[in-house]
Write a protein that binds this ligand. Structure first.
Ligand code: NAD
Length: 508
């Protein structure tokens, strides 16, 4: 029996993990108390030097084995994810497995390139002949704190580049969904990761706070509200943080868009994963000439969605609301909008019976005074608003505290790209949404209240490292001009050299 399963079978006091699609308790996981985190950190720190000493090739071997493990055991991982989130089998297969399998190979391959020594040439003549190098070294111990909506991608997924760089990791998954992280920690041991290099500390926010105190860097994914607390706590020890936070992603549909594709995409990207994706389509602005056609197509598609407990591929389209407080948020947003004059074209209520479900919902006649257009809903709802033109759409898209990602839909790709550049978001897709997440080469990070720093690309692994600059002088005279004692003649020479080098341009 694998360690993770032994943990679960033990039924020890701790976290009762629920299946949100059935309402049944499926496992009990021992929680790590805040007081225990220090000892875990000491173990991880003791294990880290040997892991770093394996070098890129040695670590890549483990990551490649893990890649094979993930594809060989995809069914088991999917079953674990589905059981603790209530998401559909298809959501787990389409989003969680391909990302993780590709990320394991990507970071194994790219880590040595992104973290290779960089030779730098200086334009300063004062440095002629000096060797300048930028290098990266693993920080030591990284704390990854994750949310419940993607227990594989947004918890274990962020450990991969940290491990590839040579760090040890303490992973603090959401207390709502700890099972997938425990499974992956056991899997990594099976694939040859030395003991204690990846330690899972299941627990709530207090355990998360203790992790912040114990590590050299925090990679946090979760709500903006908690992100602020994480940053404040990390400030006490000057621990660097990378924050991937909430969003209110706008979708802009221009009059010349392929309306069928745009409506299909709006239905999919607002309802996929039950709308519980940080980069879900959370609000839609449609140019007046195609508004009616778009709304008609979208509401038909959403009304046709099958919802329920997923029993395998293709059985349902939309799963459960994973976390109990989230259902309250969804209900509040829809009810407030309704009371303020919005119309519900389909859905609009929680479902009775077992499990926690909210019917896929389309809202129209909405405006920016409503929470459903301003706050993150994070559920299966899609509010749609008509706009006069693209300028109004961009203005409304930017009228938000968030800036995670956005999409623009038009047959004129160049115009779409020009509009994309005016949107205040870390990522903007034209005639697509969310797919950028699979481009591990492309940085992804929020602006404004959506985050700090980014994942993916070179910055996505360098953040787990200390950067060191080296200046090496091989050939030099016994005395440099600036050495003591100061001499008026030499100082004047410096002044003349500066004027000659930098002072020859025109003033205006
Ligand atoms: P959350 O902020 O409630 O919790 C996230 C994690 O933080 C959990 O593990 C929790 O136990 C921990 N935590 C809580 N209080 C803490 C504290 N004081 N110190 C340290 N850790 C603490 O978020 P959630 O409800 O689990 O997840 C949903 C949110 O995550 C949404 O807002 C969503 O947009 C966001 N999210 C963002 C991204 C992204 O990439 N930007 C990806 C997925 C989810």
């Amino acid at each position: 029996m694998a360690t993770a399963e032994r943990d679960l079978a033990r039924g020890a006091a701790g976290i009762a993990v629920e299946n949100p699609a059935t309402g049944g308790v499926i496992a009990a996981v021992t929680a790590t108390s805040p007081q225990e985190v220090g000892a875990l950190a000491a173990r991880a720190r003791a294990a880290q030097p040997a892991w770093a000493a394996l070098g890129f090739d040695g670590r890549a071997q483990v990551l490649r084995r893990a890649q094979k493990w993930v594809t060989d055991h995809a069914d088991r991982i999917v079953a674990t994810i589905v059981s603790e989130t209530g998401k559909t089998h298809d959501d787990a297969v389409i989003s969680e497995i391909p990302y993780t399998a590709s990320a394991l190979g990507f970071w194994a391959r790219q880590a040595p390139h992104y973290l290779a020594d960089e030779k730098v040439r200086s334009s300063s003549p004062f440095l002629a002949g000096r060797k300048l190098v930028v290098r990266y070294e693993a920080l030591g111990l990284v704390g990854v704190i994750g949310p419940w909506n993607y227990p594989l991608v947004n918890s274990f997924g962020d450990c991969i580049p940290a491990l590839a760089a040579g760090n040890a990791v303490i992973l603090k998954p959401s207390e709502v969904t700890p099972l997938t992280s425990l499974l992956m920690a056991a899997a990594m041991r099976e694939c040859g990761l030395p003991e204690d290099v990846l330690i899972v500390a299941a627990g709530d926010g207090a355990t998360g706070a203790a992790v912040i105190d114990a590590v050299d860097m925090v990679m946090f994914t979760g709500s903006t509200e908690t992100g602020k607390k994480v940053m404040a706590r990390a400030a006490e020890t000057l621990t660097p943080v990378s924050l991937e936070l909430g969003g209110k992603d706008p979708m802009i549909v221009l009059a010349d868009a392929d309306v069928e594709r745009a409506a299909g995409a709006a239905a999919y990207y607002s309802m996929q994963n039950g709308g519980q994706t940080c980069v879900s389509v959370e609000r839609v602005y449609v140019e007046a000439p195609v508004y009616d056609e778009f709304v008609d197509k979208l509401s038909r598609k959403v009304a046709a969605l099958r919802q329920g407990a997923s029993s395998g591929p293709g059985t349902v389209d939309v799963g459960a609301v994973t976390s109990p407080p989230q259902l309250d948020v969804v209900e509040r947003h829809v009810e407030e909008a309704r009371r303020a004059g919005a119309r519900v074209l389909t859905g609009g209520a929680a479902r009775d019976g077992d499990g926690r479900f909210y019917a896929p919902t389309v809202l129209v006649d909405v405006d920016h005074s409503m929470a459903c257009m301003r706050e993150e809903t994070f559920g299966p709802t899609v509010p749609v608003m008509a706009v006069r033109d693209a300028d109004e759409a961009v203005r409304l898209a930017n009228d938000s505290p968030y800036g995670l990602s956005a999409s623009v839909w038009t047959r004129e790709a160049a115009r779409g790209e020009a509009l994309a550049r005016r949107i205040e978001c870390g990522v903007v897709c034209v005639n697509d949404a969310q797919l950028n997440y699979l481009a591990l080469e492309l940085p992804m990070g929020g602006w404004k209240a959506s985050g700090l720093g980014s994942r993916h690309g070179a910055a996505g692994i360098r953040k787990y490292c200390r950067q060191q600059s080296l200046l090496v002088t091989r050939f030099a005279p016994p005395v440099d001009l600036q050495f003591y004692p100061f001499r008026a003649r030499t100082t004047k020479l410096f002044g003349r050299a500066v004027r000659l080098l930098y002072g020859r341009g025109k003033r205006a």
